[in-house]
Design a protein around this ligand. Structure first.
Ligand SMILES: NC(=O)C1=CN([C@@H]2O[C@H](COP(=O)(O)OP(=O)(O)OC[C@H]3O[C@@H](n4cnc5c(N)ncnc54)[C@H](O)[C@@H]3O)[C@@H](O)[C@H]2O)C=CC1
Ligand SMILES: O=P(O)(O)OC[C@H]1O[C@](O)(CO)[C@@H](O)[C@@H]1O
Length: 377
């Protein structure tokens, strides 16, 4: 079985690659990082180490293609693949789409393409980009044969600092949940991959707990001058804000999906202990990366805040504080952080949120965030 995976980064090697290898797939990694691809081809194996344990997995039967220099090879592999996956980041899906479209257009057999990104509807978005590269007749044919099931992927894989550039240290915990209702062809048999008919509760619970909580640690951590998530977790004030924000997002999740309070509380505790794993060193700059995307209308901060207002007719004060901290986020290496600062200068807090978060004029969050922002500036 052949899997073509776009994005040989942290989650690509440390999570998706590891599970696909264990399930018996040969994996072709596609990336634009020449050093990474050269090393994959030179060594044809890499190590996934579980943080805090002696357990390690050797991922073998792999090769790599640089899509910038060998696009035709990527197309050839997509034509033959039994599974196509991505972990490139939401903003890169449009860039990998043309080669996926080219590879899918002449296929006569069915295949599934799964976007393993931190967002709601990642595979739907990839599908939209892929179909946009095909004429209506080809698009209809590809759509008939290709499944684009959405997925929730959960494993914390920080940026790596090993001398061995392929080695990746990951947390032991993982969850990969895929929407079975959109699969085409044979079912997926991958140990550790859970198929569900309704992905919504899974992806929302994950995005609005793991990623919301992590974002609080990153943005408040950065606001208070901290470098790592661990440092943020050890700050009582920040920890209490994380808990507060997770109770606000949890309030909505419980109402929408009927999780019991006790069960959701347990989920939150598990997530907090994952964040605090002393064996993982995670930078606030990685977790806070791309603040414009993270302030998007369906992402981890705005969506739970908007829904909290709708369900409770009151302001979620802790989410508001982290939204203000996200607006104040400054990071030299982060292009979106710089863009956000320019937008703020040009449009002010309300104008910025109306643009990036799509909050409509007069939305109560606008006033609340502006007030919070002024008090933190
Ligand atoms: N790291 C984590 O803990 C988790 C990450 N995710 C999601 O996985 C996705 C990837 O995240 P990470 O692995 O952390 O990022 P990363 O930066 O480590 O990996 C992304 C990889 O994509 C490659 N890439 C960039 N442009 C490309 C292109 N045009 N074609 C092919 N490859 C390209 C990069 O060179 C890099 O190797 C994101 O959507 C993230 O939200 C989801 C769950 C956990
Ligand atoms: O990958 P993103 O969406 O930029 O956000 C970083 C977040 O993703 C994760 O890497 C995995 O869910 C978290 O560690 C963190 O909350």
């Amino acid at each position: 079985m052949l899997a073509v995976h776009f994005g040989a980064g942290n989650i690509g090697r440390g999570f998706i690659g590891a599970l696909l290898h264990k399930a018996g797939y040969e994996i072709v990694f596609v990336d634009v990082n020449t050093e990474l691809i050269d090393q994959i081809n030179d060594r044809q194996r890499y190590t996934v180490e579980l943080a805090g344990s002696d357990d390690a997995l050797e991922v073998t039967n792999i090769s790599g293609i640089n899509s910038l220099t060998r696009p035709e090879d990527v197309v050839e592999q997509v034509k033959q693949a039994d599974l196509v996956t991505t972990a490139v980041g939401p903003s890169i899906l449009s860039k990998v789409a043309p080669l996926i479209a080219e590879g899918l257009k002449d296929r006569t057999t069915s295949v599934n393409v799964i976007g393993c990104e931190n967002m709601i509807g990642g595979s739907d978005l990839l599908k939209k980009h892929v179909l946009a590269h095909l004429n209506p007749e080809l698009a209809a044919r590809v759509e008939e044969r290709t499944g684009f099931p959405n997925a929730a992927v959960d494993r914390i894989v920080p940026d790596q600092a090993h001398e061995d550039k392929l080695k990746v240290t990951v947390e032991p915990y993982f969850e990969w949940v895929v929407d079975s209702s959109s699969l085409k062809g044979e079912t997926l048999e991958i140990d550790g991959l859970k198929l569900v008919e309704d992905l919504t509760p899974y992806i929302e619970r994950k995005l609005f707990t793991v990623n919301t909580g992590h974002a609080v640690a990153a943005y408040l951590g950065s606001y208070y001058g901290l470098q790592t998530i661990n440092q943020a977790l050890h700050d009582h004030q920040i920890l209490s804000k994380i808990k507060g924000a997770l109770h606000e997002s949890g309030n909505v999740l419980i109402k929408k999906y009927g999780f019991t309070k006790a069960e959701h509380e347990k989920y939150i505790e598990t997530i907090l202990s994952r964040f605090a794993n002393p064996e993982l060193s995670d930078e606030v700059s990685r977790v806070g990366r791309a603040p414009i995307r993270k302030l998007g209308p369906d992402d981890r901060l705005i969506r739970p805040a908007v829904e909290y207002v709708e369900w409770n007719n009151e302001i979620p004060v802790d989410l508001v504080e982290v939204i203000a901290a996200a607006l104040l986020y400054k990071q030299d290496q982060d292009q979106e952080a710089a863009e956000l600062q320019s937008l703020l200068k040009e449009k002010g807090v309300k104008g910025t949120l109306m643009e990036v978060s799509e909050l409509s004029e007069g939305h109560p969050l606008l006033e609340a965030v502006e007030e919070q922002f002024q008090s933190m500036s």
